[in-house]
Design a binder for this molecule. Structure first.
Ligand code: ADP
Ligand code: ZN
Length: 209
């Protein structure tokens, strides 16, 4: 099963991707998580990526394409993978076509005003990577799952969020048509409860919808 999630920042791609990839036993390949890991490790790639991420811009295509190609070439991705955050440009989509064929693309749709609210209230666990909205937390400093400290991503500040949304519209949204023309795109409304959305996605992937 080769699945890709597309949708604006804050649509809940990451949250859903963790659940869906576990349901199929395939790796969750998140370019955002991979880049943040590189930054944390202080690698050359991480340093380069940070300068783009902090401005809400996309990291250059060649860097991302190499990174994903290497990742999905590993043994654990032999029977499939779930791409989250890639491809994000037409160049990336065309490069992916050269090294893998997608079975299903899930487009998670959420209105803009909700997105800004969601992202600006996002808190991320420094240890287990879980994400929360501040309104759901009794203690906004500690992870309810593991107790480690929560932080706000540097690129989750309001001006940067607006920039990310505009980059999404310009560069990534056109991919919806790219995959729709192939007949593999499915729209999912991303504004219900987390479990409801997971069920809807699994139904689509299983061909029930
Ligand atoms: P979100 O989907 O919430 O914007 P991500 O964690 O997917 O967050 O990505 C964070 C940042 O990492 C992006 O704003 C961008 O700078 C960079 N990035 C992630 N994936 C890609 C990609 N495929 N191409 C270019 N840049 C990327
Ligand atoms: Zn945690």
């Amino acid at each position: 099963m080769r699945i890709m999630f597309v949708g604006p920042p804050g649509a809940g791609k990451g949250t859903q991707a963790v659940r869906v990839s576990a349901a199929y036993g395939i790796p969750h390949v998140s370019t955002g998580d991979m880049l943040r890991e590189e930054i944390k490790n202080g690698s050359a790639l991480g340093q380069k990526a940070k300068s783009y991420i902090d401005k809400g811009e996309l990291v250059p295509d060649d860097v991302i394409i190499e990174m994903v190609k290497e990742r999905i070439g590993r043994a654990d991705a032999k029977n499939g993978f779930l791409l989250d955050g890639f491809p994000r440009t037409r160049t990336q989509a065309e490069a992916l076509d050269e090294f893998a064929r997608l079975d299903t693309v899930i487009n998670i749709y959420v209105p803009d005003d909700k997105l800004v609210h969601r992202i600006c209230g996002r808190r991320v666990c420094s240890e287990c990577g879980a994400t929360y909205h501040e309104s759901m937390l009794q203690d906004v400093r500690h992870c309810p799952k593991c107790g480690a400290s929560l932080f706000i991503r540097d690129d989750d500040k309001e001006e940067i969020v607006k920039q990310r949304l505009s980059v999404y519209k310009e560069k990534t949204q056109p991919l919806i048509e790219y995959y729709s023309e192939r007949g593999i795109l499915h729209d999912i409304v991303g504004s219900g409860g987390i479990d409801t959305i997971t069920k809807a996605i699994l139904a689509v992937i299983n061909g029930e919808k």
